[in-house]
Design a protein around this ligand. Structure first.
Ligand code: XIL
Length: 406
């Protein structure tokens, strides 16, 4: 009897604590709960900022890995398909689409009240083999290639119409200063086989189908302006986008991927904020679309030597923070998306950035056991401690529909 009484009191107390917990975490101004107790998405809401992640559909479906699914749902207000909306995965056989995985992502987003960034309509990677082989062999000539691209954009944008908030229409069209020649230029499959006019065509074809999605140009290594000279990728992008806008091409925003590495110099928040401002002054929205901050996995890092691990964790956090603070500071920066949120499912160890696969890693907000890293708490703190007058709610962007020259 006595035991039972204690049990009841304990249960009531626990219930009271959990009710208080719910109340305090859902406080409208977000100020009464500690940032560590709040989700990224709740912390972003105060600024109207959508916080997102790329989603690996296999991990999402893995019943043996429930933390992945529950964190995607609880922490993020926007999601991006890491792979399943790419051309090669949507249309592996010419004329036969496989929408299943992409539709699952859309469905997951709807159930969890999340917005979807569509990724990607035109890119030189992960194209179907039938397309690249056809072009290489000469079986697909320029006119057919143009018709195929128009069909692809039309079919995909039609299929997802009304379900996509922001489309990455064109991805990674530009060279980098480390390419040859080192002056920035258009490069890649589409530029070679179609010509640079594919960019204007792609935006126009996407707009012709979907009047409401925001249409983005997306790229990496565009965090901040350099010296404004011929090797400055951001300057090249700025000039080209300005030209396209003056021709009436319906570009609504710039997506900065934000793939950073701790061994490089990178940028501070003020340099990044200045860059966002210059694009916003052209009337464009802005988004960070694929943020991760990788590190070199030396033998000492792999063995957990704190002398090498600690500076990497700190530098990673500082770089996430620089991009997020710059985004928060500009009302046109609508979303902040990370390219995977756990080191357990990150593309970084699978990719060769120059020194071989598996030589870089630890690029995300949670470690391989889903434990928060310093970077997670740092971005939470940035979101929590920001507010007026310097950080104001986002400004909703209207899709550009007037296609007359500016
Ligand atoms: C990456 C995926 O994360 C990998 O799983 C895939 O093997 C290759 O592509 N820039 C982009 C993304 O725009 O689509 C890329 O995603 C990462 C670089």
């Amino acid at each position: 009897m006595r035991l039972k009484w204690f049990t009841v009191v304990g249960a009531v107390a626990a219930a009271a604590v959990s009710v208080l917990g719910v109340l305090s975490t859902s406080a409208a101004d977000g100020s009464s709960a500690k940032p560590s107790e709040q989700s990224l998405r709740a912390l972003g809401t105060r600024h109207g900022l959508y916080v997102g992640t790329a989603v690996d559909m296999q991990a999402l479906a893995d019943a043996a890995d429930p933390s992945y699914r529950s964190l995607v749902a609880s922490q993020f207000s926007t999601i991006t398909a890491e792979n399943v909306m790419k051309w090669g995965l949507l249309e592996p056989t010419k004329g036969t689409y496989d929408w299943r995985a992409a539709d699952e992502l859309i469905d997951f987003a709807r159930k969890n009240n999340q917005r979807v960034r569509g990724h990607v309509l035109v890119w030189q990677n992960q194209l179907p083999k039938w397309l690249t082989d056809g072009v290489t062999s000469g079986a697909i000539g320029k006119d057919e290639l143009r018709a195929l691209l128009q069909k692809h954009i039309t079919d995909v944008v039609t299929h997802f119409k009304g379900k996509i908030w922001q489309w990455d229409v064109v991805n990674e069209a530009l060279s980098d200063p480390w390419d040859t020649p080192n002056e920035i230029h258009y490069k890649g499959f589409w530029n070679e086989h179609y010509g640079p006019e594919y960019i204007a065509d792609a935006f126009r074809w996407a707009r012709a189908v979907d009047r409401d999605a925001l249409l983005f140009y997306n790229d990496y290594n565009i965090e901040a302006f350099g010296d404004g000279g011929p090797k400055d990728k951001v300057q090249f992008l700025y000039n080209e986008v300005n030209k396209l806008l003056s021709q009436g091409v319906p570009i609504d925003g710039i997506g900065s991927q934000g793939h950073l590495a701790t061994q490089y110099g990178n940028y501070d928040a003020l340099q990044v904020a200045d860059t966002i401002q210059r694009f916003a002054d052209l009337g464009l929205a802005y988004a960070f679309t694929e943020v991760d901050v990788r590190s070199q996995m030396t033998p000492k890092v792999k063995s957990g030597d704190s002398v090498e691990v600690n500076p990497r964790l700190q530098s990673s956090a500082a770089n996430f923070s620089a991009l997020l603070q710059a985004c928060l500071a500009n009302r046109h920066c609508l979303s902040f998306t990370v390219w995977g949120f756990t080191d357990k499912h990150s593309w970084i160890p699978t990719w060769d950035f120059g020194s071989g696969k598996g030589t870089e890693g630890m690029a995300t907000l949670y470690d391989e056991s889903y434990q928060p890293k310093r970077a997670l708490n740092t971005v939470k703190a940035d979101l929590f401690y920001a507010g007026p007058p310097n950080v104001q709610p986002r400004i909703a962007h209207k899709p550009r529909r007037d296609l007359s020259a500016r």
